[in-house]
Design a protein around this ligand. Structure first.
Ligand code: ZN
Length: 236
């Protein structure tokens, strides 16, 4: 069930804390096994509070600090913030170029990203528009932007040659590939706890354990995270 370890991974996500929710256990496990993991956080997380008196300018550095702390818990090698405005993410030439730049620079063996087709979950949660757009930006980078020489030729001037990402892991609700995170779920929870402006660690723990346990049942382990895995390059 487990595809093994990649040499390098890029996690592309919309907001500080998304990566930990999506795949924090997988990141911790892969890092432990020698994979170099890089984060690219597309927005600044500046809308993540309804507290009276809070402003985007006040929140931005808090979210950035929390994301860096969470990444450190998991052993992530680098975190790049693209600085788009939280809640207003658009898929356009500008954001596609920004994501493409990071993919060509980091040249990961696998990219992890949210499912862009996810409109809602069950009957109690509408998926954030930024999450869908982050997923769409991941797909645009994989095909056609990053591998195509004539897409964003200005990136060639930055020394960023075309690059074909060989593997994509999308975080989907009906996963086909599972990563056993029994040994790293505690690190996932510890990383999530760094996002103190967003969540109460005590409240989030049962939710995270419950979800990972349900996925784990399908995988035949205690806790798991699940993905839809694409492979774009022939084995030979
Ligand atoms: Zn989010």
């Amino acid at each position: 069930m487990d595809p093994g370890v990649f040499r390098s991974a890029l996690v592309l996500f919309a907001h500080p804390d998304d990566a930990e929710f999506m795949c924090g256990g997988t990141v911790a496990r892969w890092v432990r096994e020698g994979c170099e993991v890089h984060y690219v956080c597309i927005t600044d997380g500046s809308a993540g509070s309804n507290e009276l008196g809070m402003t985007r300018d006040k929140l931005r550095p808090i979210r950035e600090r929390e994301q860096l702390a969470a990444a450190e818990v998991l052993g992530v090698s680098s975190v790049t913030f693209l600085g788009e405005q939280d809640g207003m993410l658009e898929v356009n030439q500008d954001t596609r170029r920004k994501v493409c730049r990071q993919v060509r620079r980091l040249r990961p063996e696998v990219m992890l990203a949210p499912d862009p087709s996810r409109m809602w979950y069950g009957d109690g949660y509408i998926n954030h528009t930024d999450h869908k757009r982050a997923g769409e930006l991941a797909l645009s980078a994989i095909m056609p932007d990053a591998p195509t020489r004539l897409m964003f030729p200005e990136l060639l001037d930055e020394g960023l040659d075309p690059y074909e990402v060989p593997n994509l892991y999308l975080v989907v609700s009906e996963p086909e590939v599972f990563v056993d995170i029994t040994g790293t779920i505690d690190l996932k929870l510890k990383a999530l706890a760094q996002h103190a402006s967003q969540l109460e660690a005590d409240e989030v723990e049962p939710l995270v354990r419950g979800r990972a346990s349900t996925t784990g049942e399908r995988a035949g382990v205690e806790y798991a995270e699940g993905f839809k895995a694409f492979r774009f390059v022939d084995e030979d």
